[in-house]
Write a protein that binds this ligand. Structure first.
Ligand SMILES: [Zn+2]
Length: 351
């Protein structure tokens, strides 16, 4: 059995006619510098993972056609369920809120959940917010395969499903989520700019992507089987990429600040799959000692913020531990939160 990037997808062999012709430009940043081959994704036709020196992102040398992806996600290849990408949405929601929560202090919160399947993560986050003083939460869920049959009515929570981002009318959001989705989008740049442009002043963007190229290269070197899950995954985006994103999109998306950048949360719980969970923690742990020189992390996550109108300096929290998000009882007197010595804005309405 090959090592697989995720238990939710499986790679398949793609034929010549199912691939777009090779483009020398990086589909992530449109950089035109020659990109270096780092990994063979499939042979005959050969598809490689290429590293872009300009943005630090890795992308497939040949991208699948829209029809190929429609067949893939339509279940043609009989792959596993693609609507859920986390074992425990509530645990994941608490994790995201530990970083994003201090910035979500309005009474009314809008969330854009991009590629969120059934909206498990955004609904769990909305639940935490509603339990801590937020009076209403609006979720706009964008997913081609969104399945909302499990949605139960919740007071104060409204959810609107959309098939594409273009259908979403609300201009900007307090929280934009893109968890385990960006690696699937062949021409990523416009989608990334659109998502980041939809972050309100003072709002935050959370993304989680695979960062596994270095691990898979070891498998390639040892001639062990591996599965990048091509054509489901076409990019691999780690620390080097994410820490350049605010600069790369500034002209189109405006000023953004990286608030948190670290190896991603382990998606498998010990209860569900102890061996996979232990392996994931063991791979990520050395980064906290070795820093960016260590790349065998498997996945990356970032929180990016659009500064509020009364722009205040926020210090980058790379690898540091933020205080656990503690839901506040509605009506209780709350203490102002501080990150890196900075007093965070608190909505006058909630005071
Ligand atoms: Zn690039």
């Amino acid at each position: 059995m090959a090592v697989n990037l995720t238990k939710y997808h499986a790679g398949v062999h793609v034929k010549e006619e199912d691939l777009l012709s090779a483009d020398f430009r990086c589909p992530v940043c449109l950089g035109e510098d020659e990109r270096k081959r780092v990994l063979l994704l499939q042979a005959e036709p050969d598809v490689y993972l290429l590293k872009c020196r300009r943005c630090g992102g890795y992308s497939a040398s040949r991208l699948p056609t829209e029809e190929t992806l429609r067949r893939y996600y339509g279940g043609y290849y009989k792959h596993l369920d693609t609507t859920v990408t986390c074992d425990n949405p509530l645990t994941f929601a608490r994790h995201v809120m530990a970083y994003a929560g201090p910035f979500l202090r309005e009474r009314s919160i809008s969330i854009l959940d991009f590629g969120g399947g059934g909206g498990d993560l955004s609904r769990a986050i909305a639940g935490l917010l509603l339990a801590s003083g937020t009076s209403n939460a609006q979720i706009d869920l964008v997913d081609y395969n969104s399945n909302l049959s499990r949605m139960e009515p919740t007071a104060g929570l409204a959810l609107e499903p959309h098939q594409t981002l273009a259908e979403v009318k609300e201009k900007q959001f307090d929280l934009v989520l893109a968890s385990a989705i960006l690696e699937h989008i062949p021409f990523l740049r416009p989608a990334l700019i659109d998502l980041l442009s939809r972050v309100k002043p003072g709002g935050v963007f959370y993304a989680r992507t695979p960062s596994a190229a270095s691990i898979l290269r070891i498998f390639q070197f040892l001639r062990l089987p591996y599965d990048f899950t091509f054509p489901a995954h076409v990019h691999d985006l780690g620390q080097e990429f994410w820490e350049q994103v605010p600069r790369l999109v500034e002209a189109e998306a405006g000023t953004l600040q990286l608030i948190s950048s670290r190896p991603s949360v382990v998606e498998t719980s010990f209860l569900h799959n102890p061996i996979r969970a232990i392996a994931a923690y063991a791979l990520k742990a050395p980064w906290y000692v070795l820093g960016s020189s260590y790349r065998l992390v498997g996945g990356w996550e970032v929180v990016i913020r659009r500064p509020s109108a009364a722009s205040e300096r926020t210090t980058l929290q790379v690898g540091s531990t933020l205080p656990e998000y503690v839901p506040q009882i509605p009506g209780s007197v709350s203490q102002p939160s501080e990150i890196a010595g900075e007093k965070l804005p608190r909505s006058a309405k909630s005071a």
